[in-house]
Design a protein around this ligand. Structure first.
Ligand code: SF4
Length: 314
C-alpha cells in the first residue's frame, strides 16, 4: 500500500465558523470566570471531540435545565439557539445564564418574531427535531409557524388562513435544496415574503461551494464531522450531488475505508463548521501511514468573520 500515491484535494474554507469559535470561547471564559462546574444546555456545538474537551475542563452537559440540581451554578445555551421559554425558565430559577446562540441564528429569531408581529404566518424551512429548528419555532406562539422539510411538503402545504405568508430557514441547510423548496413556495404563494438577507449562513454557503468546486474531480470524498451536525451531513450530500457519489462522513466511530481509498487516485476532504482542524490533520496523518500522500488545498474564498463574546464574560 505504501507505494500507492494518493492526491488529497483539501477543501477550503472548512471547519470552524465564527459562531462555533464564539460558542466554545464562551464556555471556556465562563469556566475561568465562574469556576467549574459550568452547565451547558445541549452540546455546545455538534462535535464529540469539542464536547469531551470541555467536559475535561469542567463543563457539564445537560439537555434540560431541570437536570441541573445546583441552580446556583451558571448555565450556557448552545450555539443552535433555544426557544424563548428557556431563558425565562432560567430567570425563574434565578440562574445565571449565558446565551451562546450564534448571532446568525439570533438574526433568524428576530426576523421570525418581527414578521409574526407584523401579522404574517410563518413557514420555517428546516429539519424536524434539530435544536435550531426547535429554538426558532419556539420564538413564536404555537400555531403561528409551520415547518416544511422538503419539496414534497412544500407542494402539499395547506394554507387557508386569512393572513399573509412569510418564510425563514434554518441556517445550515443545503443551498440548492432550499432554493428548490423556495421556488415551489413562491409558485404556490406568489406573495410570500422572503427574508431580506438569506438565512443560510455564510459558513454553510462557503463550505458547500468549496466542496462543489472540487467534488467532481474526486474518486472519493470525506467530510470530517459528527452525525448530528447538520452542516457536515449536508456537505456529504453536496459532494454526492456534485459528482462524487463515493462520499461519506468521518465521525468519531468511523473506520477509515483504506481498501476503497487504495483504489482511488484523488480524494476530497472537508469538515463541518463544528469540527476542529485537528481531526482533519489526524485523518490525513492516518492516510500518510498507508499511502504516499500529496495535498493540494483549494480555497475559493477567505473568511474573516469574527463574533464577540458577551461583555459579561470579559
Ligand atoms: S454554521 Fe453558521 S449559523 Fe451555525 S454557528 Fe456557524 S456561522 Fe453560526
Amino acid at each position: 500500500m505504501k507505494n500507492k500515491e494518493i492526491k488529497i484535494l483539501l477543501s477550503a474554507p472548512r471547519g470552524f465558523c465564527a459562531g462555533v469559535e464564539r460558542a466554545i470561547e464562551i464556555v471556556e471564559k465562563a469556566l475561568v470566570k465562574y469556576g467549574a462546574p459550568v452547565y451547558v444546555r445541549h452540546e455546545i456545538v455538534h462535535n464529540k471531540f469539542v464536547v469531551d474537551n470541555l467536559k475535561k475542563k469542567g463543563a457539564v452537559f445537560v439537555e434540560e435545565l431541570e437536570e441541573i440540581k445546583d441552580k446556583t451554578r451558571p448555565v450556557i445555551f448552545s450555539a443552535h439557539g433555544v426557544p424563548k421559554k428557556i431563558p425565562l425558565d432560567a430567570k425563574n430559577y434565578k440562574m445565571t445564564y449565558v446565551d451562546a446562540t450564534c448571532p446568525l441564528v439570533s438574526k433568524v429569531h428576530r426576523e421570525a418574531e418581527n414578521l409574526n408581529k407584523s401579522g404574517y404566518h410563518l413557514i420555517l424551512i428546516g429539519h424536524e427535531n434539530h435544536p435550531e429548528v426547535i429554538g426558532t419555532m419556539g420564538q413564536l406562539p404555537k400555531g403561528s409557524i409551520d415547518l416544511i422539510q422538503d419539496e414534497n411538503e412544500a407542494k402539499n402545504y395547506k394554507f387557508e388562513k386569512n393572513k399573509e405568508l412569510a418564510f425563514v430557514t434554518q441556517t445550515t441547510l443545503s443551498v440548492d435544496d432550499t432554493k428548490d423548496i423556495i421556488q415551489i413556495l413562491k409558485r404556490r404563494f406568489p406573495k410570500i415574503r422572503e427574508p431580506l438577507k438569506e438565512d443560510i449562513c455564510y459558513a454553510t454557503t462557503n463550505r458547500q461551494m468549496a466542496v462543489k468546486n472540487i467534488a467532481k474531480n474526486c474518486d472519493m470524498f470525506f467530510v470530517i464531522g459528527s452525525r448530528n451536525s447538520s452542516n457536515s451531513v449536508r456537505l456529504v450530500e453536496v459532494a454526492k450531488k456534485s459528482g462524487c457519489i463515493n462520499s461519506q462522513l468521518i465521525h468519531s466511530k468511523s473506520e477509515i475505508p483504506y481498501d476503497l481509498i487504495e483504489n482511488s487516485n484523488t480524494i476530497g476532504v472537508s469538515s463541518g463548521a463544528s469540527a476542529p482542524e485537528i481531526l482533519v490533520e489526524n485523518f490525513i496523518e492516518n492516510l500518510k501511514k498507508k499511502f504516499k500522500v500529496s495535498i493540494d488545498e483549494v480555497e475559493i474564498i477567505k473568511e474573516d468573520v469574527v463574533f464577540k463574546v458577551p461583555k459579561k464574560l470579559n
